[in-house]
Design a protein around this ligand. Structure first.
Ligand code: NAP
Length: 285
């Protein structure tokens, strides 16, 4: 069994991204720029936002943090998005989710210029992914694919099962695996006899938000197991959707939590910001 080291792959990928940024042409708008909008003061969101801003500094991307109060109106947030859409120094815009309940999150995400949608949330970016022309890919599934590739894990012709069908993780991950010629099954909360489905899989990816959900009897010997979950166990300790202690001995490869998929998400956001810059400047098609 080999542990997939997300920290290592993230470090190597960030070194590569720093090289990509250094090689970008410098114009009057500077190098690639990311704007992060944080509405309210949710402590977890503050940590995620800090990681994103620090990640930018690490690879040489300019970053701006726009903090809006928890009672900001839809118009205020929308106005901020509109001004960032129009700002040529901003190549990527990220609205930190979740936003406070009184705001229409979906409407705000739709307002982000798709060319600057570095989270890959906009339906234009989703459409491109679905039609085989991916541009700005949702960061977490993108990070999962990078991990599989770093370890040369074969995907073509394999039975891949994705548990979870969220717009941000499960669905795009299934599509990315399909693009790489896996035979993909998507499971969700209404799937019957889920263990029978996962135990036939060569690659099992779990993204459901249920601590230690995937047990050893749901996994076949030698499977690759990717744990996207970020949960708390009965002692409040960070854990994943996979019962790592009992599943790991059966796997050929497995991601730990923490230190697996997590470090890749911000890394691929940085990669998307460089990609957005290149697309906007006509450096990539
Ligand atoms: P989400 O939007 O809440 O979606 C959860 C999905 O899991 C839904 O499709 C749901 O099915 C399915 N599900 C829930 N309970 C299930 C069960 N008992 N059996 C089968 N399917 C079940 O969650 P998400 O945003 O995709 O996030 C999933 C997990 O990944 C969370 O722990 C989150 O914290 C983590 N995450 C981690 C990162 C990272 O950077 N590592 C990034 C994003 C998310 P239905 O559609 O039928 O309701």
């Amino acid at each position: 069994m080999q542990i997939i080291d997300g920290k290592l792959v993230a470090k190597l990928t960030r070194e590569d991204i720093a090289g990509q940024v250094a090689a970008l042409p410098q114009d009057e708008c500077g190098k690639a720029g990311l704007a992060v909008i944080l509405v309210g003061d949710d402590p977890a969101s503050q940590v995620y936002v800090r990681n994103k801003i620090n990640g930018c500094a690490e690879v040489g991307i300019e970053s701006t943090l726009i903090k809006l109060p928890a009672d900001a109106t839809q118009e205020e947030v929308a106005g901020k998005i509109a001004s960032l859409n129009a700002d040529p120094a901003v190549n990527g815009i990220l609205l930190q989710l979740p936003v406070p309940k009184h705001l229409d999150e979906a409407a705000l995400l739709r307002m982000i210029d798709p060319a600057k949608d570095v989270d890959g949330c906009h339906y234009v970016q989703k459409g491109k992914l679905w039609t085989g022309e991916p541009e700005l890919i949702p960061c977490t599934p993108y990070g999962v694919m990078r991990l599989l590739d770093h370890y040369d894990i074969p995907i073509e012709g394999k039975n891949a099962v994705v548990v979870g069908r969220s717009n941000l993780v499960g669905k795009p991950l299934a599509q990315l695996l399909l693009d790489r010629n896996a035979t993909v099954t998507i499971c969700h909360s209404r799937t019957k006899d889920l263990g029978a489905v996962t135990s036939r899989a060569d690659i099992v990816c779990v993204a459901i938000g249920k601590a230690k959900f995937l047990k050893a009897d749901m996994v076949k010997e030698g499977a690759v197991v990717i744990d996207v979950g970020m949960d708390r166990d009965e002692n409040g300790k960070l854990c994943g959707d996979v019962d790592y202690a009992e599943v790991a001995p059966k796997c050929s490869y497995i991601t730990p939590v923490p230190g697996g998929v997590g470090p890749m998400t911000v890394t691929m956001l940085l990669q998307n910001t460089v990609k957005a810059y290149r697309l906007q400047k006509g450096l990539d098609k």
